[in-house]
Each structure stands twice: as C-alpha cells, then as structure tokens.
Design a protein around this ligand. Structure first.
Ligand code: AMP
Length: 308
C-alpha cells in the first residue's frame, strides 16, 4: 500500500534541561518519514527546503525508501527554522522562533507517481497547504490523517476548520485539543472536535500516553516509562509516522487495528525522545522495534481475578 506524507522538513534549535543544540535537522515531515519507513518499503513525501539544506540528510531519507520527487529545493531561499525551549519537567515547551522562509509561499507539488495513493498523512503545516494537497490528489485516499498545532489555530483558524471537514482522523496533543474545542475535559473536547469533521480523534498526552476516540468507543495506550528523556521534539510526528506506517502496511483502518497502530506509534515515539533530533530514529533495527512493542504489550497485560 502507498503512503504520502506532507510536512515540514526543517532546521530546529532545541533547548532542554539536558542541553542545547545549534541548528539540527527537524521538521514534522522528516520525523514522520523516518518513523513510517520502518513499516513501509517505499513511501512519498511532499515538502520544500531551501538551498541551505544538506544533501546528506536528503540522501539518508532516500536510503530509507522515501521518494523525494515531491520535495522541492528552492534556490536562493532558506529552509524553515523553528526553535523551542522545554520546561524542567519537559511536559511543556515554548516556541522561541518560527521563521517560515520557504514555507511562506509553499505551493505543494504532487508528482504523477503519488497519484492513487492509499493513505495520506498531513503533517503539521498550514491548513491551506494541507487542503491543497487533498485537492490535487485526483482520487481520495482510503484514509486521510492530519496533525496541526496552536500556531495555526492562532493565525488560521478559519482555514483549519475547513481542512478539518476533509479529513478522517485528527492527531493532536491535549493542549491543542483544549484550544481547538474550548473545552477543558478531553472527553468533551473529543466530542466537539468530532463534530468539526474527523470521525476519529487521537489525543496525545506526552508521557501520559494517548487516547483514541471513535463513536462511543475509547481506547487508551500508555507511554513507556523511560529512564531518560533527552528531547521530546518530534515525538508527536514520530507517533503519527508509526501510526500511519502501521495502518498503511497492514491496509486495515478498523478501530481494532488502529489500537495496534497506536502501540506502534507509541513505540516509535519512545525511541525518538531518547536522543536529540532525529538521531535515534535514523538507525533502528527491526528487532529493537519489535522488542519495544512487546514491552508495551507487557506493560498493560494483566489477569483480573474476581474481587466483588
Ligand atoms: P512535535 O514535537 O511533534 O510537535 O514537532 C516538532 C517539529 O515540528 C519540529 O521539528 C519543527 O521543525 C516542526 N514545526 C514547528 N512549528 C511548525 C510549523 N508552524 N509548521 C510546520 N512545522 C513546524
């Protein structure tokens, strides 16, 4: 099955209680592509970078089976830059800088080879670009998933509401769910958000796991308790990449299979946070991933004896 991912390919500068990086490679599209690459032999990315973006990183993506035909390199322009600083408990972060650069006038290209794709992952980008990608696909994919963030809620809420009507599943964090719905209770927020378009909603709660809502059904997956968390940047995108990679590779988007996909996404995200940037995600082995998924299974496996 084929997967198209849309998302930023970027430079990030990150500050956590454990240290600070200069410009390193980041971007929602980068994290999604690396993460989903472990589930799919081949996949496709739609994005844009400036001429300052290192070829070496594009080669790494290519080596992971990512088709870069839809990735534009803009001569004389600069790559998107984002900088963020995490609080001491690393559960919240402040955006320090967002320089849109090439993303400001991004006109996504959908190469002929991407047409007819089965699954579409709209990573965090302007909602207008996300809608344009859907419009430019001549056939609607089986499942369209979307991520977004407070930045777009602050500056493009009307566009965002339009895009939400076109997608099947929204993947956001708890803070974003509260901002989008105006509700503090995540159960109420989930109800309200599902009236906006997506039939499925995943709310990520960082180290507290993730919730999946559909109709009257709710599923909860924990996050793996880790001894060391160095950098949560990209964990959400890595989760989305693992989730969609699993769904696309199994070609099954039933609620039951989405539960498995959430565990796959959570396992990938648990790797992401163990090193700065994409470092850990670049060189994982299949057996490491399988072992980690088993750790999740063990974490929630118990026998209940009758108590009342
Ligand atoms: P996450 O930690 O999963 O929320 O994603 C962090 C990644 O999102 C970073 O690598 C950033 O480059 C990217 N990012 C941050 N802000 C934006 C934005 N406004 N548009 C697109 N990508 C962004």
């Amino acid at each position: 099955m084929s997967l198209v991912t849309v998302g930023s390919v970027a430079f990030d500068a990150i500050e956590t209680p454990f240290g600070k990086t200069d410009k390193i490679i980041g971007g929602a599209g980068t994290y999604i592509a690396f993460s989903s690459s472990y589930f799919m032999e081949k996949q496709n990315i739609v994005s844009v970078v400036g001429e300052d973006f290192p070829q070496e990183m594009l080669d790494k993506l290519k080596n992971k089976g990512v088709n870069l035909e839809g990735l534009q390199i803009k001569e004389g322009e600069k790559t998107f830059f984002w900088s963020g600083k995490y609080s001491n408990d690393m559960n919240s972060r402040d955006t320090l800088v967002t320089e849109l650069n090439v993303l400001e006038h991004f006109d996504p290209i959908l190469p002929a080879s991407y047409q007819g794709c089965d699954y579409l992952m709209l990573g965090n980008l302007s909602p207008q670009v996300q809608s344009t990608v859907i419009e430019r696909l001549t056939e609607r994919p089986k499942l369209i998933a979307m991520d977004t963030m407070n930045f777009w809620m602050d500056i493009a809420m009307d566009d965002l509401k339009k895009t939400l009507q076109e997608v099947d599943i929204l993947i956001i964090n708890d803070e974003e769910a509260r901002q989008l719905s105006g509700e503090y209770s995540l159960v109420k927020a989930a109800k309200k958000i599902r009236t906006m378009g997506p039939k499925y909603l995943i709310i990520k709660k960082g180290e507290h796991g993730a919730l999946l809502f559909h109709g009257d059904q709710v599923f909860f997956a924990p996050a793996l308790p880790l001894e060391e968390v160095f950098d949560p940047t990209g964990a959400g995108d890595t989760f989305a990449g693992g989730f969609m990679g699993y769904i696309a590779s199994t070609d099954d988007y039933s609620f039951e299979n989405m539960k498995r996909a959430i565990i796959a996404g959570s396992a990938m995200a648990s790797f992401c946070v163990e090193k700065f940037g994409t470092e850990k995600l670049e060189n994982l082995s299949k057996s490491e991933i399988e072992d980690r998924i088993q750790e999740f299974v063990q974490l929630t496996d118990f026998d209940m004896v009758q108590t009342v």
